[in-house]
Design a protein around this ligand. Structure first.
Ligand code: SF4
Length: 311
């Protein structure tokens, strides 16, 4: 049997920050983040639980949706599906209906499939997947979400790298970072035994200060942040760094908007194929292409006459 605990990378001499930053400066930065963050962590409902299913649902919802919109949806979803097994045994249509308003419904389909795999594992092994490989084997769970479950549910020592955290490390070190570099930097900064506090504090620091347009004057890292202390006008190293999101294409007029309109209509009742273009606000050719894409994604079912949610 393989070792089931995730072991973060430690002390890689090849990454740029380690060549320029001493252990004492790293320790100073870690202390600054924890001292600032722990007393004032945002009171988010998924921070009050260590239930891995509840954490997984929150992380999947947060992948592409803002916190404020996720909170009521997370509560409603868990009221209906308090366990992975309850979700696994429900029709996909019920999961898609609860997902309405969050966007990117492929996540709901993946979560439903993940729930089935988790329920099987709970039956066979009596435990939720709880190492990196097991979690990443779940549909829709990548390295970020898997580490987030390890940290926020199981309080394992792992470094979570989301958009905000990648931005912080790029600016802190004034380096454009590859995915490997940013993960290794995050691993190296991780204060062992304080993983939950550290990752949550870093996320809140990113949301509060290290935004696309940063608020450096109030940031607890300002005294040691290389980019903040660089000459005015220095290019932002987060631009083009791994994991730092680029601006999304406009929603208005997008395929995503049209697909969303049809999914919303399907939540109430099956739709006539002949009505799809009108409901989507697109021409017949585009509507046909988008219906085919939804069917291909497993998000709806269609025959010659009707389109409906999958059972
Ligand atoms: S000092 Fe500014 S650039 Fe540096 S981490 Fe803080 S907010 Fe980001």
């Amino acid at each position: 049997m393989t070792d089931t605990k995730f072991k973060p990378h430690r002390h890689d001499p090849s990454h740029p920050d380690l060549q320029r930053t001493g252990a004492s400066e790293r320790a100073e930065r870690v202390t600054a983040v924890l001292d600032w963050g722990v007393p004032r962590l945002r009171q988010l409902p998924w921070r009050q639980t260590r239930d891995p299913w509840e954490i997984l649902v929150s992380e999947v919802m947060l992948q592409q949706t803002q916190v404020d919109r996720v909170i009521p949806k997370w509560r409603a979803f868990l009221d209906r599906f308090p366990t992975a097994a309850s979700c696994a045994h429900a029709p996909l249509a019920d999961v898609l209906r609860l997902w309405q308003g969050l966007g990117y419904p492929r996540r709901a389909r993946n979560l439903h499939n993940a729930a089935r795999m988790i329920a099987d594992q709970l039956n066979e092994r009596g435990r939720f997947p709880q190492d990196l490989d097991e979690l990443m084997a779940l549909p829709g769970v990548g390295p970020y979400t898997a580490r987030a479950v390890l940290v926020f549910a199981f309080e394992q020592d792992a470094a979570v790298v989301d958009t905000n955290i990648a931005r912080i490390f790029a600016r802190l070190t004034s380096s454009r970072l590859t995915p490997r570099q940013v993960q290794r930097l995050a691993d190296d900064y991780l204060p062992m035994g304080r993983s939950w506090d550290w990752n949550q504090s870093l996320m809140d620091l990113g949301a509060a200060f290290c935004r696309p347009v940063p608020l450096c004057s109030q940031c607890p890292l300002r005294s040691t942040c290389r980019w903040s202390n660089a000459p005015a006008g220095s290019p932002d190293p987060a631009t083009g760094s791994a994991g730092v999101s680029v601006r999304q294409a406009p929603f208005e007029g997008s395929d995503r908007q049209a697909r969303g309109r049809l999914m919303k209509a399907l939540n109430s009742a099956p739709v006539l194929r002949s009505d799809a273009a009108r409901l989507m606000g697109r021409d017949d050719l585009t509507a046909g292409r988008l219906v085919d894409s939804l069917v291909k994604d497993g998000l709806c079912w269609s025959d010659a006459e009707f389109i409906m949610l999958p059972s």
